[in-house]
Design a protein around this ligand. Structure first.
Ligand code: DGL
Length: 254
C-alpha cells in the first residue's frame, strides 16, 4: 500500500481527458496534474526545447513524492519517455495512438490517425504503424488548430467546427471507418469530430486503456492507495495560478 500521489503531465489541458479516466478507474488515488500551459502547444516546437519543459515538470512532480507518472501527452511521450525511464526510478506510463484496436475494428481496411505534427512526423509513429497495421492503410492528419481551440475554450465556435471539418472530411473521403485520437487534447473535440465524421465512423480514444495500464502497474509494484484513503486532487502549472485554477475547474466539471 502507498498513498503517495500519481503524477499526470501534459503540455496543457489535454491530459485532463486521461486524468478523468484515471480518477474513474482508481477513485482512492491522490492525483497531481501538471499542465505546462506556458509553452503549449508542444506539437509545433523542437524536441530539444520541449524535453527541457518536460524534465522540469517531472522534477516538480517528483518533489511531491509521486509514485508513478503518466505522460498524458502523445507528443511528450515520444520526445521524453525513454529518457525519463533511464534517469528516474519510478514507473512512467506513456500514451500511444490506439492503432492496434483500430486495425482490429476496421471493415474498410483504412484508419485515420489525428495527431500533432510532431507525433505524425516521428519515427515512433512510423514504427507503430509498421508493427500493428499489417494490411491496413493508415491515413494521418494533423488536427490543425485543435490544441489551441481546447486551450482557449473555443471548442463550440464556428471557426473550430470548420477546422475540424477540414481535418476530418479528407479522411472520410479517403474511406476510413475508424478515427484514432492521437493527441490527448482531441477528446475534448470528440462531439465536433463525430459530427464531421458522420455516424458510421468509430472514434477511438486510448485514455481508458491508459487508466487500466496505470492500475495494473500499481498492482505490479504493490503501490496502490489504501481503499480507505480519501484522495486529493492538485493542479500545477508553469503558467501560474490562474491557469492552475482553470485546470481545476475544468477537471472538476468532467
Ligand atoms: N496533448 C498533446 C498530445 O497528446 C499535444 C498538445 C501540444 O501540441 O502541446 O500530443
Amino acid at each position: 500500500m502507498n498513498n503517495s500521489p500519481i503524477g499526470v503531465f501534459d503540455s496543457g489541458m489535454g491530459g485532463l481527458s486521461v486524468w478523468r479516466e484515471i480518477r474513474k478507474a482508481l477513485p482512492h488515488e491522490t492525483i497531481i496534474y501538471y499542465g505546462d500551459g506556458a509553452n503549449c502547444p508542444y506539437g509545433e516546437k523542437p524536441a530539444s526545447e520541449v524535453l527541457g519543459y518536460i524534465d522540469s515538470a517531472v522534477r516538480e512532480l517528483l518533489s511531491h513524492k509521486t509514485k508513478l507518472i503518466v505522460l498524458a501527452c502523445n507528443t511528450a511521450t515520444l520526445i521524453a519517455v525513454k529518457y525519463l525511464r533511464q534517469i528516474y526510478d519510478i514507473p512512467f506510463v506513456g500514451m500511444e495512438p490506439a492503432i492496434k484496436p483500430a486495425t482490429a475494428a476496421t471493415h474498410t481496411g483504412k484508419i485515420g490517425v489525428l495527431a500533432t505534427r510532431t507525433s505524425l512526423g516521428s519515427d515512433w509513429f512510423g514504427e507503430l504503424s509498421g508493427k500493428y497495421a499489417k494490411g491496413v492503410k493508415i491515413i494521418p492528419a494533423v488536427g490543425e488548430g485543435f490544441v489551441e481551440a481546447v486551450e482557449n475554450g473555443t471548442e463550440q465556435s464556428e471557426s473550430t467546427r470548420l477546422l475540424v471539418e477540414n481535418a476530418v472530411h479528407p479522411l472520410i473521403e479517403a474511406g476510413v471507418d475508424c478515427l484514432v485520437l492521437g493527441c490527448t487534447h482531441y477528446p475534448f473535440l470528440a462531439s465536433q469530430i463525430a459530427e464531421a465524421a458522420g455516424s458510421n465512423i468509430r472514434i477511438i480514444d486510448p485514455s481508458p486503456a491508459i487508466a487500466r495500464r496505470v492500475a495494473s502497474l500499481l498492482d505490479q509494484y504493490d503501490i496502490k492507495a489504501d481503499q480507505s484513503h480519501t484522495p486529493e486532487y492538485l493542479f500545477l502549472s508553469a503558467a501560474g495560478a490562474d491557469y492552475s485554477a482553470r485546470l481545476r475547474k475544468r477537471a472538476m466539471s468532467l
